[in-house]
Design a protein around this ligand. Structure first.
Ligand SMILES: Cc1ncc(COP(=O)(O)O)c(C=O)c1O
Length: 456
């Protein structure tokens, strides 16, 4: 009997709506606060940064938001993305579990990030914006926004975190191929960047610093707005097309996940696969366990404090309630650059507080080992970020083996690692250290959290 490996949807089966989990939450998300007044902000406060359509999506509590036809048209370049049954990995692990993975590496940029880059560029273009600024960690987001900018004829300026800029020169080359400009962050192009370099000229950078630089330039010009690749509610919502497609594909396989696993940096690919399943359960449907996997060297969900904090290091953003390691925390330079962020998406953090998901952390070495096992069984070399999800899924499959359970595991393989081969080479040469964060630095960063009185 032949074993079905890929579950594919036709283009006309692509979802027409994104799913907004805010409609189904048993308790509303805490308000976003103005850092000066500590009062909830309104749409106008965000207008210098984002087009109004995205701001309205940020605060919407409608369950479904229609995906505009021009966006769906571009999604067709790679969507619907395939769902795979990992028969070969199951065999290697000797597990009775059924493992499925949704593969987002088929996008032109090689990850899930274009799922939100395309609509963000679309709404900005519609609002008459000419130029977008952004940050990038792994280079995946910067690549995706550069690609989207080229399709909508928008100028794109990307601040790439210094360590990743040095580790991955070809990511920059791809961004430039799409017509974007890419600068290492901290840079001397912004006041904030210059102040960081003055204190530490060899600063490795962080997503928090790169965000400050991109925001600083965006607010200076009328024709320029800022685009963020994760964390915000609208970004997470754009990613739900991943889970919505997976639901259809699992039905084709006559399966439903007992466990859903994703890696978390800012939380967008994880939310993309997980939120539709959380929402399904909140509306009375079958419940799945939801597992977030993060790096032990930057463990915002497992070690961070649930508190109001800035989204950036230069303190230019509003305050959001989230799991945070402190906005001045600089994680060590491990290779999953997309997971080196001090905070977690407020929606993911809120779901954790409501007990709707679990979180776990693994070291870099453990994740690369899992990624290599996966590559040798299934053929795809995962991005270092995605290796965290692979590790989480393998752990669940091995638990099933110990317990003799044939559970169904779904995980998000959010990107390929073709630009990360230097990291794999280091792993094989035994040169990849399990970087530890500095406990003293964490304590200091947490002690600097803004003081926000709890509502009575
Ligand atoms: C392949 C990949 N996975 C995951 C992430 C982490 O971001 P998020 O948690 O928003 O999915 C990134 C970020 O750059 C990435 O490039």
């Amino acid at each position: 009997m032949s074993l079905q490996t890929k579950y594919l949807l036709d283009e006309n089966q692509m979802p027409k709506f994104w799913y907004n989990i805010q409609a189904d939450l048993p308790k509303a998300l805490p308000a976003v606060l103005h850092p000066g007044t500590l009062q909830p902000i309104g749409p106008d406060d965000l207008a210098p940064l984002f087009p109004m359509e995205l701001i309205m999506q940020e605060v919407s509590t409608e369950r479904e938001i229609e995906i505009p036809e021009p966006v769906r048209d571009i999604y067709r370049l790679w969507r619907p993305a395939p769902l795979y049954r990992a028969h070969r990995l199951e065999k290697v692990l000797g597990t009775p579990a059924k493992i499925f993975y949704k593969y987002e590496g088929v996008s032109p940029a090689g990850s899930h990030k274009p799922n939100t880059a395309i609509p963000q560029a679309f709404y900005n273009k519609q609002a008459g914006v000419k130029r977008l600024t952004t940050e990038t960690g792994a280079g995946q987001w910067g690549t995706s926004l550069s690609f989207a900018g080229s399709l909508f004829d928008l100028e794109v300026l990307v601040f790439q975190v210094r360590v990743s800029y040095d580790q991955k020169p070809y990511r920059r080359a791809v961004m430039e191929t799409y017509g974007a400009r890419c600068l290492p962050s901290p840079s001397n192009q912004t006041e904030y960047g210059r102040s960081v370099l003055a204190q530490r000229p060899d600063h490795p950078g962080s997503l928090g610093i790169a965000i400050s630089e991109a925001v600083e330039l965006a607010v200076q010009r009328e024709d320029t707005k800022y685009a963020l690749g994760s964390v915000l509610n609208h970004v997470l919502m754009h990613q739900t097309i991943i889970g919505l497609e997976a639901m259809e594909q699992l039905q084709m396989a006559d399966a439903w996940p007992d466990v859903v696993v994703g890696c978390t940096g800012g939380g967008s690919n994880f939310a993309g696969i997980a939120f539709p399943f959380i929402g399904h359960a909140l509306r009375g449907g079958r419940k799945s366990r939801i597992v977030a996997v993060e790096p032990a060297a930057c463990p915002s969900l497992t070690r961070g404090k649930y508190a109001y904090d800035f989204g950036d290091t230069g303190h230019m953003t509003p305050l959001t309630k989230m799991h945070t390691l402190g906005s001045t925390f600089t994680p060590p330079g491990f290779h999953a650059g997309g997971l080196r962020y001090h905070g977690m998406a407020p929606l993911v953090s809120h779901c954790k507080e409501l007990g709707l998901l679990e979180a776990t952390a693994y070291t870099q070495g453990q994740c690369f080992e899992a990624g290599v096992t996966f590559a040798r069984a299934e053929g795809i070399v995962p991005a270092p970020e995605a290796n965290h999800a692979v590790k989480g899924a393998i752990e669940e499959a091995l638990r099933c083996k110990r317990e003799g359970k044939s559970e169904t595991i779904l995980f998000n393989l959010c990107g390929h690692g073709h630009f990360d081969m230097a990291a794999y080479q280091k792993y094989f040469a035994g040169e990849l250290k399990d970087e530890q964060y500095d406990e003293k630095e964490l304590a200091m960063a947490l002690s600097g959290l803004p003081s926000v009185p709890e509502p009575a």
